[in-house]
Design a protein around this ligand. Sequence first.
Ligand code: BG6
Length: 457
Amino acid sequence: MKDGVTFVILGATGDLTKRKLIPAIYHLVKNGKIGKFAIVGAARSNIQIKKILSESEKFIKNLDKKAWKKVIYFSYYHRVDFYQQEDYRQLKKFVEEIEKKHKLSGNRLFYLATMPQHFEIMTFNLAKIGLVKTKGWARCAYEKPFGEDLKSAKKINKSILKIFNESQIYRIDHYLGKELVGNISLVRFTNRILEPLWKNKHIESVQIILDEDMGVGNRGPYYDKYGAIKDVVQNHMMQLLALTAMEAPKKLVGEYIRNEKAKLLSKVKIKDLILGQYEDYKKEKGVSKKSKTETFAALKLEINNQRWKGVPFFLKTGKNLDKKQTLIIIKFKKVDCLLAKTCEFDSNYIIIRIQPDEGISFEINQKIPEKNEVIPIKVDFCHSCLFGPNTPRGYENLLEDIMKGDQSIFVRKDEIENSWRIIDEIKKRKVYSYKKGSKGPEQLNIFNKKHNIIWKQ
Ligand code: BG6
């Protein structure tokens, strides 16, 4: 991005800015992916940019001093009460002075790193005082969650589309910035050996797992309002589902992929689910003592189209489980038994490991030497062995693509609304307790038996 950019981060004192956005900009600088730039952080607190940067520094490994110095030199902070237009006027002046000082082109990337209830007023105020009118481009990124249900998501979309065109709007789902997520459609649609098998005739079921081994940390107030379903199922897991199950796009590029994902999401229905909450969740800071918010969910979904009729999709996620892993597991139907004696062999599996230990494995059956019996063996592709360690590049990819104006890995209006429609249908449920570090509530066994599911990992 040689002609430069001003990052205007609204909500700059939050966790996201410190943990992800500043480190991502630092990496872009270090890797020579930005030319001229400036960062203008804005939020309500009266603090110094130094404080934000020094907290950010902790999230950068093997800090390159030269690149970091550059980030420090071009970073600024301005106090803004997001509900006061006068503050935005001052912000505009501030941004213009900085752009002048550093001879920047006027390209502006607004990043709304705040809760969704502020999106409308912020966008309105940015436009009202003319900050989005610039001699360069103006693009606006909206951090997830985008709304809290279908109604609020539609309302936000309606308001922001009065100000920006869809081509200027970047709805963030950081999973789409992950290397192995970008790989799903490529694996599906560049391999003749997979393409004809990817349907109900051959696939028995699909599992999508997003397990976490940490609790809610210092995000209690946010999490307690949302819960696991709105925090990760509505967005990250629905995107994984859409990429796994969509029809072949005309071309493997942006709009065509987004068309197919949106179509797929319009066909998804939740058939059953079970919810859980880890023990002592109610003691977390900022969480209601009577909270019924789920920190665990397992769901059975169906996709109502010809390709997937009769194939259950199982989703499972939770905080404070026994491990951190994100996996997609495709279980194939068993072949007819042609062996003379027993036929105790397993199905074939394809396992896409999004994280950690990125890669793909195939499980296929083969003969045990000197016996006429079969065992499953793993044919494993280890991403880091071949391409080196996959640094946490999610936000770096996202910011780079916004600067390029490439919307492929951002969520379009219809995708967001379709995935909220799926979630909106969930009625209130009992929430079962589970032990920290476990596999979820004991009642999960009943759900598993009922749906004949064995979680693969
Ligand atoms: C975020 C959720 O979107 O994704 C968090 O708000 C969750 O609760 C996180 O922990 C998981 O992301 P990752 O990249 O660590 O798998």
